[in-house]
Design a protein. Structure first.
Length: 395
């Protein structure tokens, strides 16, 4: 028989040869925070998760989700504009708006869909988007879908962005600056205060994706914009419920008119089933815990400082200055995968990040810390990394 998909075979072979092939790993889950269990029953320390505050298995978060499932059923069954909106969704949106100190907030099925749909709703043909070179795929895809012109500026280069705005802004109807606050693969922070000033100066909107910062950084865990004292000056705030909040879904917070626009024109919201009510209730319980449990956040950030110090003692450099995201650049994708497998043998799950997620030549281990992990839990990992450094795998 003729195989119309035969063109895939050489592509797959090439990716496997270059160490770029990806296969999902199956886990049995774990009720122990900071760990994950294999189907064979082996418990590993989980350094590949975005559950920074160890909320996904917090008994209070789990109980809130169970109670909502008992009351409202599991699935929402429809778009929130039809019959999918339940009380837990309304309560979560209200509390997220209060947390972000905005007039309103709206929920999306995922952080990815929130990014794509929001950008496509606020700009279009005849507009321009200025995008940091290392922005997340959801932001890049949203820009493409919007049909606005894209101008990419070098990562965190405020001077170059200022020059580009000065030279290009006047040619377009509307302008949007888009950035992550904490970049998910590098762990570094954007200068949001400078971006706010540039947006004001050039009559541009600013959209900040706080996905990796919400719950972790800033006063009350409100993110990098709040940490830099400019949260109230960011008109479009994007976040996720699936990282520090331990649930699933995304959200956008802002003015009533922004949320009204998205409710009517963000296709990822209008044409998607709402998240399960139980997921909304679980996220809201995590949000409540974040507000009262500063120690958990402090413990996580302190672990990041101590872990980096231990690595530095062994001559191992990281490309993020602080926080739970600790990337160690290897370079070669095959060596990166091999080192990740060696760490798994020692009892750790670590993400081997390769192109196209990161630029060619920057394949890395992305170590992701969690609040329930202790420094002593990481000693065998530190020793393994030191051995890799001595053998030249880590430069």
């Amino acid at each position: 028989m003729n195989d119309p998909l035969r063109w895939i075979d050489p592509i797959a072979a090439d990716w496997a040869e270059r160490g770029l092939e990806r296969k999902p790993s199956v886990f049995a889950g774990s009720t122990r925070r900071g760990t994950i269990e294999t189907p064979a029953g082996r418990v590993l320390i989980n350094l590949a998760s975005n559950d920074y505050l160890s909320m996904a298995c917090d008994p209070r978060v789990v109980a809130a989700g169970k109670a909502a499932a008992d009351r409202y059923g599991w699935g929402a069954s429809a778009s929130p504009l039809v019959t999918g909106l339940r009380l837990p969704h309304v309560e979560l949106a209200r509390d997220l708006a209060a947390f972000e100190r905005t007039e309103a907030a709206v929920l999306f099925p995922s952080g990815y869909s929130a990014g794509v749909a929001t950008i496509a709703a606020v700009v279009g043909k005849g507009d321009v988007v200025f995008s940091d070179r290392l922005n997340h795929a959801c932001l890049i895809d949203g820009i493409r879908l919007s049909r606005a012109e894209t101008i990419v500026y070098p990562h965190l280069d405020i001077q170059r962005l200022s020059e580009l705005l000065g030279a290009e802004r006047s040619r377009f109807r509307r302008a949007l600056i888009v950035t992550e606050s904490i970049f998910g693969m590098d762990g570094d922070a954007a200068p949001i205060a400078n971006l706010v000033d540039l947006a004001d100066r050039h009559d541009a909107m600013l959209m900040v994706d706080e996905a990796h910062a919400t719950g972790v950084y800033g006063p009350e865990g409100r993110g990098i914009a709040a940490e830099q004292g400019v949260s109230e000056r960011v008109p479009i705030k994007l976040g996720t419920l699936s990282k520090a909040l331990g649930s699933i879904g995304g959200f956008v917070a802002g003015s009533n008119k922004l949320i009204g626009l998205l409710t009517n024109h963000a296709r990822g919201l209008v044409f998607s089933t709402a998240i399960p009510p139980s997921a909304a209730a679980a996220a809201n319980e995590a949000l409540r815990i974040i507000a009262i449990d500063k120690d958990r956040r402090d413990r996580l950030l302190r672990l990041g400082v101590e872990f980096r110090a231990k690595l530095a003692e062994r001559g191992i450099k990281t490309i993020s200055p602080r926080g739970p995201i600790v990337p160690i650049v290897i370079g070669d994708p095959r060596e990166t995968v091999a080192l990740g497998e060696r760490l798994r043998e020692r009892g750790y799950v670590v993400a081997a990040i390769r192109p196209p997620t990161v630029p060619t030549g920057t394949s890395r281990l992305r170590l992701s810390l969690a609040a329930e992990i202790r420094l002593e839990d990481l000693e065998p990992l530190i020793q393994t990394l030191a051995e890799a450094k001595a053998s030249g795998v880590i430069h």
